[in-house]
Design a binder for this molecule. Sequence first.
Ligand SMILES: Cc1cc2nc3c(=O)[nH]c(=O)nc-3n(C[C@H](O)[C@H](O)[C@H](O)COP(=O)(O)O)c2cc1C
Length: 456
Amino acid sequence: MRTEPGGGIESGGRTEPGGEAPASSADPLAGRRVLVLISGSIAAVKLPLVVSALAARGAEVRCALTPSAARLVSAVALASLSRHPCALDDDQWSHRAARPLHIELAEWADLVLLAPLSATTLGRWVHGLAEGLVASTLLACEAPVLVAPAMNTAMWEAPPVRRNWQALQAFERVVPVAPGHGLLACDRRGEGRMAEPERLLLALESLALHGWRRDWAGRRLLVSTGPTREFLDPARCLTNPSTGRMGVLLAQAALQRGAVVDLVHGPLQVEPVLLDGLLCHPVVTAAEMERQLSGLQPVADAIVMAAAVADHRRVEARHEKLPKQDLQPALSGGWEPVPDLLAGLVARRPAGQRILGFAAHSGDVLPQARAKFARKGCDLLFANPIDLPGAGFGSAFNQGWLLGPGERIEAIAPAPKLAVAHRLLDALAGLPLRPPAAAPPHRAAADGTRPAAADP
Ligand SMILES: Cc1cc2nc3c(=O)[nH]c(=O)nc-3n(C[C@H](O)[C@H](O)[C@H](O)COP(=O)(O)O)c2cc1C
């Protein structure tokens, strides 16, 4: 009998198409009370999109604006989109309120999104100034706060702002989402552009799933993902339907947990914004992937090999397109297996480096996974079915078996890929990793600075 992770080894239950979604596949943001605090940056105009998406995903949303923010974005729009009155400074002084509004809001929230964060509000918070509704709510709040600054590059690089931003990293419950590089409203290109709305939503989802703890801080993670392509000729290739989403979400989850993440990826089919904050190393063929992985392996504390590597390649590269009538013989001969990239990483690994492999299987996954785990020598193997609805290539969900040391096998029930990513990171972090101090020096991304890329 085929064993499936949805129901455990004994029961073998499975999720049928159109059947009721298992509890673990529910949106992690549904039912969460999200307080959105907005300060006076022009990026405030993007927040209605975030609020609307949160409400559509079933979160309960309330918004509060600083007076400057209220001049840049409509409180009426935010009230309509959140289905709640939008709180302004004047509301703090209403004689109708039985309790101070900043305490009400602070105690109501499960999660707080502070976006955009202006230089002024940052300064107030770091220096403990409870001036205005947003600043006093921040000081009164005990919920985790996702913080996304936005400002002109010179402001962002100004020493007092850098000092305040550094100081904020030490606050408990604060999860920073550093601004990216891009076109700013001042017509300049540079650092200071607020993280895009999709990234803020993903970061909130991570916060809802995992909490605010940065258990990967000071560590460097190497992740491979996506398909590779092996060319028959310049017009045709051997590849697979992997989108790369599972590995990209795993990389984003690790980034939020404090890691510096190198992502070696084949041609991806994910929203480009999901690559923000990662050190990306794009490749096409297995040989290119192997080169990048072996160059980056020495600085990695752990490796996740989630890429779907195409199995065979041409013995000799062909630089001209084959005529159709010559295709048949070219398809049946002249191919060789590509090297086993996971086996290569395991063979070359330095002491204390941990490796999680992925295995995509159809049919009865578990026996195949057991044999592969015994053969590969990695620390963990996540085996996932690719022939079940709601799992594998192209799906927003995944499920499978996690095989670990001492014949440990854990069934991972169907869940959003981000939830599976956090579960896999928990398992990897649970293994004895080399102490952070022993790792080669690198700057953590926690302060929002991009570490120097270690391209081989
Ligand atoms: C059009 C406009 C855009 C602004 N954009 C930013 C910005 O992106 N980041 C920032 O820190 N301040 C920005 N400011 C300045 C702040 O609004 C100002 O410093 C204000 O004191 C912030 O107060 P608050 O933090 O209470 O909202 C902008 C001001 C204006 C008029």
